[in-house]
Design a protein around this ligand. Structure first.
Ligand code: 6PG
Length: 225
């Protein structure tokens, strides 16, 4: 069971500043490569943009690796792409210098076809626990692309193919065990509805409940109304 710390903010700007500063400190104090798994979706972009600004001013050259917690099976140029989101938000300082984005995609026609190759890539390029995993959460309690009622792992692979239950969009997701192999988890949610889902989740069968029960690291919940 995870140690849960709740950080409540008046607004998303204050949440962004607090998390970005903590994130920058981890990067600046980790001379060998720190690594992060980052959520996509509509919430975290301001956090990535603020970190990019802070990095530009900090001058740190410490190497960083990042990977999406999940990716939609679309081109980087597609507005739906999480990796494309990272490239847009982290363009000033991060992804042009000492950062490396480990992609969850390849030229395969579908995530199902790609899982073994992407698993090999993740095992080789991200062999150690993450420094941090930044997760969002859907109002249905999904995290990454681990949706209610769907598998959270395929064999012992670090990734698995998934399908969004409403849009039927093909996704590649990190598995729950790979997401849990991290020094810390930041769960970034906004609004009363998601907070209620999280507060009621622990004994249930939602994907976020499995995260809370199985995490051995601290989970810092960053929340604002
Ligand atoms: C994605 C994310 C996903 C997201 C939740 C919350 O690719 O969409 O990784 O897990 O974090 O769906 O999304 P919002 O932040 O848009 O509410």
């Amino acid at each position: 069971m995870a140690q849960m710390n709740y950080h409540t903010f008046e607004n998303f700007s204050a949440l962004t500043e607090a998390l970005s500063q903590q994130w920058l400190t981890i990067i600046e104090t980790t001379p060998d490569s720190s690594s992060f798994a980052l959520a996509g979706g509509s919430t975290p972009a301001p956090i990535y943009q603020r970190l990019d600004e802070l990095l530009a001013n900090s001058g740190t050259k410490n190497p960083v690796k990042l990977v999406a917690t999940d990716e939609r099976w679309v081109s980087d140029a597609d507005q739906q792409s999480n990796e494309g989101l990272f490239r847009r938000c982290l363009h000033t300082s991060a992804l042009n210098k000492s950062w490396k984005l480990v992609s969850l995609k390849n030229a395969s026609s579908s995530p199902e076809v790609a899982t073994d190759a992407i698993d090999d890539r993740l095992q080789i390029q991200l062999p150690r626990p993450f420094s941090a995993v930044l997760l969002g959460m859907g109002a249905d309690g999904h995290i990454a692309s681990l949706f209610p009622g769907a598998p959270t792992q395929h064999d012992h692979l670090t990734c698995l193919a998934a399908v969004h239950p409403q849009t039927r969009q093909s996704r590649m997701s990190l598995s729950l065990p790979r997401l849990l192999s991290t020094e810390r988890i930041w769960l970034v949610i906004t609004g009363a509805e998601k907070r209620q889902v999280l507060d009621n989740a622990f004994n249930g069968d939602l994907p976020v409940a499995a995260l809370l029960r199985e995490a051995s690291c601290t989970i810092d919940v960053f929340w604002c109304p």
